[in-house]
Design a protein around this ligand. Structure first.
Ligand SMILES: [Zn+2]
Length: 268
């Protein structure tokens, strides 16, 4: 039985947005694509933007919450769930206070979705990782994290699916013509995760989980390459390599379905 489905509509520094379907309810994780692109890409997988009932925003960088969204949120009366450290920025961007909720601390749905927020380091105001749980099915979500803290690994257990940042290839980052301060910002523990750091963390998470899908997010256009990611996983990912989906900026992934194993065993 499918409990949670999701489709990454686009991921990268040009905009991040995922549609999450839990039971029959739709949510967005991040809203960094334009309204038009979000609508078109949702339609391409048979979904309507008008059926979205709420947003979970990992942090307020523009590639995660675009300028056109405050108006849409207000018109549609949507709830925007963010971490406490992002409330002020959300208000400044024009999200009405009445639309804001602290992620993980309020009821979000009528079908019994539980959401847990885990705060991680990223730039000045940090970033929120999430665990979405419904009917015994658990999806972990973590992007834009400078390093993988112990408390995230402690929380990311018994997951059935995982979406995790895999931002850059270290060799490409070091060889890039980027200025030293930018490289330091990205690789210094409060920026982004390298492919290798991501793989090592996913391996640890997988040891205490049974991941049906491993979705790799936010690949850098300049300092990463899907072929490199694929070959790294083929070489060092063992059995996990078969389960990866590499996201990209311009095209949605297929709709990925997470099965509730416990239930499917009973109904076989
Ligand atoms: Zn980002």
């Amino acid at each position: 039985m499918t409990s949670i489905s999701f489709c990454v509509l686009g991921s990268g520094s040009g905009g991040n947005c995922t549609v999450l379907k839990i039971d029959e309810e739709l949510f967005l994780i991040d809203a960094g694509l334009s309204i038009k692109q979000t609508r078109l890409r949702m339609e391409s997988v048979g979904l309507s933007i008008h059926d979205v009932r709420g947003l979970f925003v990992t942090h307020m960088d523009r590639d995660h919450f675009g300028t056109s969204w405050p108006g849409h949120v207000q018109r549609m009366g949507l709830k925007v769930h963010v971490g406490p450290s992002h409330m002020e920025t959300a208000c400044r961007f024009g999200v009405p206070v009445s639309c804001l909720e602290v992620a993980g601390e309020t009821e979000t749905s009528s079908v019994g979705v539980s959401v847990r927020r885990i705060d991680v380091a990223h730039d000045d105001t940090g970033c929120s990782a999430f665990i979405f749980e419904h009917d015994g099915c658990r999806l972990g979500w973590a992007t834009d994290l400078g390093h993988v803290p112990g408390h995230l690994l402690e929380a990311f257990v018994d997951l059935d699916a995982l979406a995790f940042e895999s931002n850059y290839d270290r060799d490409m980052q070091e060889a890039s013509g980027r200025p030293a301060f930018l490289k330091e910002r990205i690789m210094g523990g409060r920026g982004h995760l390298s492919n290798r750091e991501s793989l090592d963390a996913v391996r640890r998470i997988h040891a205490d989980s049974n991941l049906q899908h491993i979705v790799l997010l936010h690949l850098s256009r300049q300092c990463n390459c899907p072929d490199r990611v694929r070959s790294l996983w083929n070489m060092h990912g063992g059995d996990m390599a078969k389960r990866i989906t590499i996201t990209n900026q311009h095209e949605p992934t297929p709709m990925l379905h997470v099965q509730t194993i416990r239930n499917s065993l009973f109904t076989r």
